[in-house]
Design a protein around this ligand. Structure first.
Ligand code: FAD
Length: 479
C-alpha cells in the first residue's frame, strides 16, 4: 500500500510525461578509468526535485513498487522528494529496506523499479535509484541515521555471514530487542559489498557508514571466524545462542577444469576484485597485496563479474583488456549498462571463443591462452543456444594475466558440519519455507545467495529480513 495514495494527488499526468528527462550523469570514461572513484555524478537538490516531478503516480500498487524486491513505497518517497521533504523520503525507504543507500547504488534498476516504470513505453523512466541515493545521503548529512532498537529480550542470536542477508536479518532482530552477534570468516563485515563489488560502483565508505549504524544499535562483529572450521553451529548453540541465521553466500569461484588454470598469472574473479578494490588492511592474511597485472589481460566470462573485472583491470593500468566469451553478446547474462561502461572505458570483446588451455612461458607464468572458436547450436533446457566447438579452429592469444569470472558455488562446509541441516546442489541450504527461511534443523534459519544461488544484494537482504520475523516468532514459542 502506498503511504500517499495517488488519488489524493492533484497532478497533470499528461504534462508530466513530457517533462525534460534528467539524464544519469556519469564521469567521462577517460577521467573515471584513472581511479576507483564513483562513476555516477550524484543528483543535487534541484535536479532531484525536477526528476521526482516527472513521476506520474500510477494507481496503487504502482509497478515500480511491485517490481522492487523490498516493495519500497517508491511513489510516496518520490512525492516527498518533489516537496523537498528529503529526510522523510529517506525514512520511508528505511521502513522496507535495511540497506537503501547501498541498493540505490548497486541494484539493477533497469530490470527492477526503473524497468517497470510506465514512462518506459514512450519516454525515459524516472531515475528511482539515484533519487534514493540522493535522499539517503542528505538524511545522513543533515539528520543522521539510527536503527531503532527494541526493549532488550535477553535472547542471543548468532548470524553466520555478515553480508546483505545477515545484515537484513540483524537490523530486524535489533528492532525486536534481541542481542545479535555476527560471525564472519573475513576480517570485516559486508560480505560481497566489501569483498567483491568494486569501489567505482559502491564506495566502501558508504557501506562502513551504514555498518556504523549497526554497531551503534548494539550489533557485535566477530571476524576471522570460519563457522564449520573454527567452530560449528552446534558450538554456537552451546555458547548460549538460541537461534542461528546462516547467510553465507556462494563464496567458491567456479572452476574451468582447463589445463593450466592454476598457473601464476591466472586469477579467480572474486580474489582479483577483492585485492584490486579492498583496502589492504581489510584483506584476509596472505591476500594483502594488489594483483600484479601484465600489459595484456583477458577476462573469461559474460556476467556482471566479468564487467567488474574488465573495468578494475583497466583502472589498474592494463593496456589491453579483452573479454573472452563462448557465446555471442546477445546471450551474455551480464547487464547491458555495465557492459556499455566497460566498452566506453576501453574493454574489447571476443565472442564465440572458448579457452581450452593456459600456457606457461619459460618463467612458469602464464604467457598465452589456447582457444577454440565456437558456433551456436541447439537451445538448451533454458532456451539459450549451446556453444559448440568448431573442430580444428584452435588458436592462441598472447596474454600476461587471465581472470576467470565464471560463476559461484556454495561452500559445502556448513552442511557437512551441521547435523540435521539439509543441503542440496553442492551445498545450497535447503529451506522448508521460503518466506521464513526455516531449515531442516530446529533453530537454524537461512537466506541469501547460500539458499537461492548467486543473486542480488536486495534479494539477499529481503530474505534476511523475512527470516528475522520468523526467528522472533521462534524465540517467543521456544521452550
Ligand atoms: C563481483 C560481484 C559483483 C556483484 N555486483 C552486484 C551488483 O552490482 N548488484 C547486486 O545487486 N548484486 C551484485 N552482486 C551479487 C551480490 O553481491 C550478492 O547477491 C549478495 O552479496 C549476496 O548476499 P549474501 O549475504 O547472501 O552473501 P555474501 O555477500 O556473499 O556474504 C556472505 C558472507 O558470509 C561469509 N561466510 C561464508 N561462509 C562462512 C562461514 N562458513 N563462516 C563464517 N562466515 C562465512 C563470507 O565471508 C561473506 O562475508 C555481485 C556479486 C559479485 C561476486
Amino acid at each position: 500500500m502506498q503511504t500517499i495514495p495517488s488519488e489524493f494527488l492533484e497532478i497533470d499526468r499528461k504534462a508530466r510525461v513530457y517533462m525534460p528527462y534528467q539524464d544519469l550523469s556519469l564521469r567521462p570514461p577517460t577521467e573515471r578509468v584513472c581511479d576507483f572513484g564513483d562513476v555516477v555524478i550524484p543528483l543535487d537538490s534541484d535536479r532531484a526535485m525536477l526528476e521526482a516531478s516527472r513521476c506520474i503516480h500510477c494507481p496503487d500498487p504502482a509497478p515500480c513498487m511491485l517490481a522492487c524486491p523490498c516493495h519500497n513505497d517508491i511513489p510516496s518517497a518520490i512525492w516527498l522528494i518533489e516537496q523537498g521533504s528529503y529526510v522523510e523520503a529517506a525514512q520511508l525507504y528505511r521502513q522496507t529496506s535495511s540497506l537503501p543507500e547501498i541498493c540505490s547504488r548497486v541494484c539493477p534498476h533497469e530490470q527492477l523499479c526503473q524497468g517497470s516504470c510506465v514512462l518506459n513505453k514512450t519516454h525515459e523512466p524516472v531515475l528511482c535509484g539515484p533519487l534514493e541515493t540522493f535522499v539517503t545521503c542528505y538524511e545522513r548529512k543533515t539528520a543522521g541515521v539510527a536503527i531503532p532498537v527494541g526493549k532488550p529480550t535477553g535472547k542471543k542470536v548468532a548470524i553466520v555471514g555478515a553480508g546483505p542477508a545477515g545484515l537484513g536479518c540483524t537490523e530486524k532482530l535489533l528492532e525486536q530487542g534481541h542481542s545479535v552477534t555476527l560471525f564472519d570468516s573475513k576480517p570485516a563485515p559486508g560480505g560481497l559489498l566489501v569483498y567483491g563489488i568494486p569501489n567505482f560502483k559502491l564506495a566502501k565508505e558508504v557501506f562502513f557508514c551504514r555498518w556504523g549504524d549497526f554497531e551503534k544499535a548494539g550489533a557485535k562483529f566477530v571476524g576471522n571466524t570460519f563457522i564449520g572450521k573454527d567452530k560449528t553451529i552446534d558450538d554456537l548453540f552451546k555458547e548460549g545462542f538460541e537461534a542461528v541465521f546462516v547467510g553465507v553466500g556462494t563464496g567458491i569461484d567456479a572452476k574451468m577444469e582447463t589445463p593450466g588454470e592454476d598457473l601464476p598469472g591466472v586469477y579467480e574473479g572474486t580474489d582479483f576484485l577483492m585485492r584490486a578494490n579492498t583496502e589492504l588492511n581489510l584483506l584476509p592474511e596472505g591476500k594483502r597485496e594488489r594483483p600484479v597485472l601484465g600489459k595484456r589481460v583477458v577476462v573469461i566470462g559474460g556476467g556482471d563479474t566479468a564487467s567488474d573485472c574488465l573495468r578494475s583491470a583497466l583502472r589498474l593500468g592494463a593496456e589491453e583488456v579483452t573479454c573472452v566469451y563462448r557465446r555471442t553478446e546477445k546471450e551474455m547474462p551480464g547487464g547491458r549498462k555495465d557492459r556499455k561502461m566497460a566498452k566506453e572505458e576501453g574493454a574489447k570483446y571476443r565472442f564465440l571463443t572458448q579457452p581450452v588451455k593456459f600456457i606457461a612461458g619459460e618463467d612458469g607464468r602464464l604467457t598465452a591462452i589456447e582457444c577454440i572458436e565456437m558456433i551456436l547450436g541447439e537451445p538448451d533446457a533454458k532456451g539459450r543456444r549451446k556453444p559448440v566447438p568448431v573442430e580444428g579452429s584452435n588458436f592462441s592469444i598472447a596474454v600476461d594475466t587471465a581472470i576467470k569470472a565464471l560463476g559461484y558455488w556454495p561452500d559445502p562446509v556448513i552442511g557437512k558440519t551441521t547435523p540435521g541441516l539439509e543441503v542440496h546442489d553442492w551445498g545450497l541450504i535447503t529451506v522448508t519455507d521460503k518466506e521464513t527461511g526455516a531449515t531442516t534443523r530446529e533453530g537454524v534459519f537461512a537466506a541469501g545467495d547460500g539458499v537461492t544461488g548467486a543473486d542480488l544484494v536486495v534479494t539477499a537482504m529481503v530474505g534476511g529480513r523475512k527470516a528475522a520475523g520468523a526467528i522472533g516468532e521462534y524465540l517467543k514459542t521456544k521452550k
